[in-house]
Design a protein around this ligand. Structure first.
Ligand SMILES: C[S@@+](CC[C@H](N)C(=O)[O-])C[C@H]1O[C@@H](n2cnc3c(N)ncnc32)[C@H](O)[C@@H]1O
Length: 272
C-alpha cells in the first residue's frame, strides 16, 4: 500500500481535485495531488497566464493587509485562507505590528491541517475548519472569541473565494451577516473572478472545473454583483478595479499585459 504524506488527513479522496490544492500548485507549493495538477494544466490550455493571475492576487493581499494595518486594523478574519504559502496575512501584519491577531478559516481539510501544523506555537494566530456558508459557526466559534474582539474594528478578507459560493447559497445575504457583525472602522477586502472582460476565457475555466468531480465550482460575477457584496461599506480609492490596478506599488503588483489585471476584481471598503 502506498504511504500517504504526513500532511494528508484521513479520508481524503486524492482523485477529487480541490481549489485549495490547485491554488497551492499554481503558487509553487507542494501540498497538492496529481488530480489537482491535472486540472491546472488543463486550465492553462485555456489561459496560460493562470499562475500570473494567482500571484497578482497574492500581491493584492499584501497591499490590502498593509493598507488596513495603516488604518489602525489590528485583527483579521481571513475566510477561504487556503493552503499556507509565503506571505500569509499574519506574517505581513505582524511584521508591521507584532500584536496583530489573525483567524484563518477554510473548509478544505488539507488547508486547515497544514495551517495547524505551521501555526503551532505562533502567537495571536488561529485556524478554524469551517464553511463560510455557516457564518454563525465562524463568528460564534471559540477560536473567534479567543482571537477577535468584535467591539474593535476587524479586517475581513474574502480573497479569491466568493466565486466558489453559488447563487443558490445567496452570497449577498451571507456577506450581510458578516458585515453586520463588525463595528465602525472595520474593513472588508474582496477579490472575485469576473467574466466582464474576458468572457470566453472565463467560460473555459468554468467548464474545465465542471468536467471534474470537484465540489469547487466557479461562478464568476459582474462588476455590479461584486460591488453589491460590499453593501453600505464605502470603497476606498481607487474603488472596485482590476486586481493589478489596486494601488500597485511595484512591478510584481501589476501585469504589463493589461488583460491579466482584469480577470479578478479587487476592492477594499470601510464601515462608517
Ligand atoms: C483560491 S483559494 C484562495 C486562498 C487565499 N484567500 C488567497 O487569496 O490567496 C480559495 C480558498 O477558498 C476556500 N473555500 C472555497 N469555498 C469555501 C467555503 N464555502 N467556505 C470556506 N472556504 C472555502 C477553498 O478551500 C480555498 O482554500
Amino acid at each position: 500500500m502506498t504511504q500517504l504524506p504526513d500532511w494528508v488527513p484521513p479520508h481524503i479522496d486524492m482523485t477529487v481535485p480541490s481549489i485549495a490544492r490547485m491554488y497551492d500548485y499554481m503558487l509553487g507549493g507542494g501540498h497538492n495531488f496529481a488530480a489537482d495538477r491535472d486540472v491546472v494544466k488543463r486550465g492553462e490550455l485555456v489561459e496560460p497566464g493562470l499562475r500570473r493571475i494567482a500571484r497578482l492576487n497574492r500581491s493584492f493581499l499584501r497591499r490590502a493587509v498593509l493598507f488596513m494595518v495603516d488604518q489602525g486594523i489590528r485583527q483579521f478574519l481571513d475566510i477561504g485562507s487556503g493552503v499556507p504559502t509565503v506571505g500569509q496575512v499574519h506574517e505581513i501584519a505582524q511584521k508591521a505590528v507584532p500584536e496583530c491577531r489573525v483567524l484563518y478559516v477554510d473548509r478544505d481539510a488539507i488547508a486547515v491541517a497544514h495551517s495547524e501544523l505551521i501555526l503551532a506555537g505562533t502567537d495571536h494566530v488561529g485556524v478554524l475548519h469551517a464553511d463560510m456558508r455557516n457564518p454563525e459557526a465562524i463568528l460564534d466559534s471559540d477560536e473567534a472569541r479567543r482571537l477577535l474582539d468584535f467591539d474593535e474594528p476587524i479586517g475581513l478578507l474574502f480573497l479569491l473565494m466568493l466565486h466558489w459560493v453559488p447563487d443558490e447559497d445567496d452570497p449577498h445575504r451571507l456577506l450581510a451577516t458578516y458585515r453586520d457583525a463588525l463595528v465602525s472602522g472595520s474593513h472588508l477586502a474582496i477579490t472575485h473572478a469576473t467574466d466582464d472582460r474576458q468572457p470566453q476565457m472565463m467560460d473555459g475555466m468554468v467548464d474545465t472545473m465542471h468536467r471534474t468531480r470537484s465540489p469547487d465550482q466557479a461562478r464568476p460575477r459582474s462588476y455590479d454583483e461584486v460591488h453589491a457584496m460590499f453593501g453600505d461599506f464605502e470603497l476606498v480609492e481607487p474603488g472596485l478595479v482590476g486586481c493589478g490596478t489596486w494601488r500597485p506599488g511595484g512591478p510584481g503588483d501589476i501585469a504589463e499585459d493589461a488583460k491579466y489585471n482584469e480577470f479578478v476584481y479587487a476592492g477594499v471598503a470601510r464601515k462608517s
